[in-house]
Design a protein around this ligand. Structure first.
Ligand code: P1T
Length: 387
């Protein structure tokens, strides 16, 4: 493929960085399991030396996702948390991170319980309000960490405005693009300095890989991240990289269906008497609906809502679902439902969760690719049990 830059996203998802294998003509990338690579002379490796430092299958995935995000450099990791950790490992004690207040519980835990004690200050701010971000910037702020849409409340953050603020402040803007994927939103084009993914989710899409990835155009940051990737060694296996490459081929078409079904389900939930509130960026009632329309091609496949009756209501609902599986994670072909307060966001202290709106009755859905009519019926049946 010689003119990748001119190709449509849907075509890139299938072909980016994946010309037929020169040696065999194989149209799928070879899974190179070799841990080490022969050197013709001591200390003079060829393109590859040792698979922690670089591996052909991993590099194909890194180049593919970099192209999909519209960036130059991709770096793959063994999990989304490992990718997040690599970004934080580029900081020094005394540096300050300004992070979005509504993030994956594991991201909160990593910043709060691993990096904060090492001297990296972290403040949490509602980034849906850019003025709050402006007010929270400190001289030592080196990094703005954004999730958009956020997990689990699906708030939408203005990437362009924050990219501009970060630039003015001499800080870097990193966007966790896990929920949107590059099929719906390209943060680098809007001024982000790096994009982070849990490839565990939509990029792989089939609930059978745990992985992470970072894409950046920022040469200095990339150099440091490349060093961390090799020095710390949280790299994915070649086979997992192959599976993500395979999943990516259907990303655009999967996201289309995820979004269409999620919108239908969000509308259904909005009119249900057992539902107190629905969070979905595609609803007119969403506080950042207009921004979501401007910033994203479509509002995504995640919906969260507050069911009547707090924890009891949520438990009744989750136990009553037959098609939606009660489980953590998201972005796979099968629909999942979970209870953030006791599952994905249990690591966040109760008072912080309550203040944010991660209340006991909050339920999060990852709307899968099953027939939307079946999914709606499943929700309707389970909701009818909620007193
Ligand atoms: O699970 P892992 O691959 O390490 O990815 C961490 C991560 C990072 N960023 C976002 C936005 C995420 O949602 C996650 C993981 N989230 C879940 C497991 C979950 O159920 O929300």
């Amino acid at each position: 493929m010689t003119h990748d830059d001119e190709l449509h996203f849907d075509t890139l998802a299938i072909h980016a960085a994946q010309a037929p294998d020169a040696a065999t003509g194989a149209i799928m990338p070879p899974v190179v399991l070799s841990t080490t690579f022969a050197q013709r002379s001591p200390g003079q490796p060829g393109a590859y030396e040792y698979s922690r430092s670089g591996n052909p299958t991993r590099n194909t995935l890194e180049r593919c996702v970099a192209q999909l995000e519209g960036g130059r450099h991709g770096l793959a990791f063994s999990s989304g948390c490992a990718a997040t950790s690599a970004v934080l490992q580029t900081l020094s004690p005394g540096d300050h991170v300004l992070a979005c207040d509504d993030v994956y519980g594991g991201t909160y835990r990593l910043m709060d319980q691993v990096f904060s004690p090492l001297g990296i200050g972290v403040d949490w701010v509602d980034m849906a309000d850019p003025r709050a971000v402006e007010g929270a910037l400190r001289t030592e702020t080196k990094l703005l960490w954004v999730e958009t849409p956020t997990n689990p409340l699906l708030k939408v953050v203005d990437i362009k405005t924050l990219g501009w603020m970060a630039g003015n402040h001499g800080a870097l803007l990193v966007v966790d693009n896990t929920f949107a994927t590059p099929a719906l939103q390209k943060p680098l084009e809007m001024g982000a300095h790096a994009v982070v993914h849990s490839t565990t989710k939509y990029l792989n899409g089939h609930a059978d890989v745990v992985g992470g990835l970072i894409v950046s155009d920022h040469e200095e940051l990339t150099e440091r991240l490349r060093f961390v990737q090799n020095a710390v060694g949280a790299v994915p296996s070649p086979f997992d990289c192959y599976l993500v490459l395979r999943g990516l081929k259907t990303l655009p078409i999967r996201m289309e269906r995820h979004c269409a079904s999620a919108l239908a389900i969000a509308k259904f939930l909005s009119g249900h008497p057992a539902v107190e509130k629905v969070h979905y960026p595609g609803l007119d009632s969403h506080p950042q609906a207009e921004l979501a329309q401007r910033q994203m091609h479509a509002p995504g496949g995640m919906v969260s809502f507050v069911v009547r009756g707090g924890t009891d209501g949520a438990r009744t609902l989750l136990e009553g679902l037959r098609l939606f599986v009660c489980a953590e994670s998201l972005g796979g072909v099968e629909s999942l439902a979970e209870h953030p307060a006791s599952m994905t966001h249990a690591a966040i202290p109760l008072e912080v969760r309550t203040e944010l709106g991660i209340v006991d009755g909050l339920v999060r859905l990852s709307v899968g690719l099953e027939a939307e009519t079946d999914l709606r019926r499943d929700l309707s049946d389970a909701l009818s049990r909620v007193p």
